[in-house]
Design a protein around this ligand. Structure first.
Ligand code: NAD
Length: 479
């Protein structure tokens, strides 16, 4: 597949004519080319968006709803193509792409299609006068997303931006370009006017940077690494752009003695190793109360060792490859670091050598460490792979202390049957999201995002619609 830019409703090469390889990480083989865009391509996309903005922002919500809803329907009609493209780009099991990610991308469009119909503004009356607040589309906005849940996260930004009446310049990760490219065709078929959504492909430091710097792009919604988020805010901040940053995590998972043991065991294995540990919401610091620590540790090791690592295309595969050779090396370096810091590797800790088609793929075994304190780098830095640590605690106070011993603050999970304790901890733990006796249980209306190094702002529901609009207050005096 030759992945091109989608500008003004047409697929085009980058102005520079350059491109680079798209690699399937499960096989290590090249599967296509990706255009290598830069500032000139951003300029073209901005021109297209400027032409489209007036009509799109003034379109009746009912009509905007119909187009966005149609996009959602067409995503599901093409779910097999999309799931295949996702899996070939990322090495994740096809079942994950088919059953979770592509349906969720469709839900994102369906959900925000209805938001276009229902979004409303406030009014505030005073004696003799009334204020009403217009919530107007910002104009042209930039949406930049990562590789781990490609179309899922891409659509999570684009759908509310469009629903609110903006024109969008969007950039998927250079490691997962294909489903974003296919989305262009789908939008065209759904009747999205040319120029309303422009999709640019290429490297973050080139085309991503040019999107962030462009003075006509008034807001940046970014999901990705904390360091990239810092770079973006250093550029966009002084330009007074609106910024939403969804960044990394080092999420605590707190398991109490009184948890529903079998359910907790199953879910902790899932929250540790789903998508090869490459979900920002995965737990990576597993804190277990002393009374069940040894039993839980042994059972979790056994669970990790029975996860079926395999060719992502095969039925029954639960665990595929990491996203790239570079990322595999980065995660392997963290495993070395954990050993140097005195960690005991309980299972995994090495590459998984595959046979056949996947023999050159970037596979790593699910890995568990213990014996590392909260202050070490292994427990402070985001690894973003299938590597977790176990820490033992005695008291609730100690659990809170360990859970909060992080510069990140994205998501926490609590596993206990004591309702009062669950509520106490939920308010004490410094994260944007707390799940109690569940993980990744999502209602798209709820605020989504983190604190501290995990980001600024919230996505989801009205939070996203507010982010993608400017509030203008109008005050009328009538006496
Ligand atoms: P990344 O920061 O390397 O890249 C993310 C996106 O930003 C890509 O499209 C990339 O091309 C682009 N980019 C890179 N440098 C840029 C620059 N200077 N200017 C503009 N754009 C630039 O992140 P990644 O490796 O793709 O994704 C993994 C990270 O994303 C992890 O840290 C993970 O925790 C985080 N993440 C966070 C959430 C969340 O909701 N908080 C969700 C998923 C992933």
């Amino acid at each position: 597949m030759h992945v091109k830019n989608f500008i003004s409703g047409h697929y085009v090469d980058a102005v520079s004519g350059k491109y680079f390889d798209n690699i399937n990480p499960a096989t290590g083989q090249k599967i296509g080319n990706i255009v290598r865009s830069g500032p000139e391509d951003v300029e073209e996309a901005v021109k297209a968006a400027q032409i489209a903005f007036r009509d799109w922002s003034q379109m009746k919500p009912e009509n905007r709803f119909k187009i966005l809803h149609k996009i959602s329907v067409l995503i599901m009609e093409r779910d097999e193509d999309l799931a295949l493209a996702e899996t070939q780009d990322t090495g994740k099991p096809l079942s994950l792409s088919s059953n979770i990610e592509i349906p969720r991308a469709a839900s994102n469009f369906r959900f925000f299609a209805t938001a276009a119909l229902q979004f409303a503004s406030e009014s505030h009356s005073m004696p003799g006068s009334i204020n009403y607040t217009l919530r107007q589309a910002i104009g042209i906005v930039g949406c930049i997303s990562p590789w781990n849940l490609p179309l899922y996260l891409f659509s999570w930004k684009i759908a509310p931006a469009l629903a609110a009446g903006n024109c969008v310049i969007a950039k998927p990760s250079e490691l997962s370009p294909s489903t974003a490219a296919l989305l262009g065709e789908i939008c065209k078929e759904a009747g999205l006017p040319d120029g309303v959504l422009n999709i640019l492909q290429g490297y973050g430091s080139e085309v991503g940077d040019a999107i962030v710097r462009h003075s006509s792009i008034k807001a940046i919604s970014f999901t990705g690494g904390t360091n990239t988020g810092k770079t973006i805010s250093q550029i966009a901040g002084p330009m007074f752009k609106k910024i939403s940053l969804e960044l990394g995590g080092k999420n605590p998972c707190v398991v109490f003695d009184d948890c529903d043991y079998q359910k907790t065991l199953r879910e902790v294995s899932r929250l540790s190793f789903s998508n090869q540990g490459q979900i920002c919401l995965c737990g990576s610091r597993i804190l277990v109360q002393a009374g069940i620590y040894d039993r839980f540790k042994n059972d979790l090791i056994q669970k990790a060792e029975t996860i079926k690592i395999g060719d992502p295309m095969e039925d029954g595969t639960q665990f595929g490859s990491l996203i790239s050779e570079d990322h595999l090396n980065k995660v392997m370096n963290f495993i070395d670091l954990a050993k140097k810091e005195g960690g005991i590797c309980l299972t995994g800790g090495e590459r998984k050598q595959m046979d056949g088609r996947c023999k050159n793929g970037y596979f790593l075994k699910p890995t568990i460490f213990e014996g590392l304190g909260p202050e070490c780098r292994t427990n402070m830095e985001e690894i973003f792979g299938p590597v977790i640590t176990l820490q033992k605690f005695e008291t609730e106070a100690e659990a809170i202390h360990l859970a909060n011993a992080s510069d990140y603050g994205l998501a926490a999970t609590l596993w206990t049957q004591d309702l009062s304790r669950a509520h106490r901890l939920a308010s004490e733990i410094n994260t944007g999201i707390v799940w109690i006796n569940c993980w990744l249980n999502r209602d798209l209306r709820t605020p989504f995002g983190g604190v501290n190094q995990s980001g600024v702002g919230r996505e989801g529901g009205w939070e996203a619609m507010r982010f993608f609009t400017e509030a203008k207050n109008v005050c009328i005096q009538f006496d």
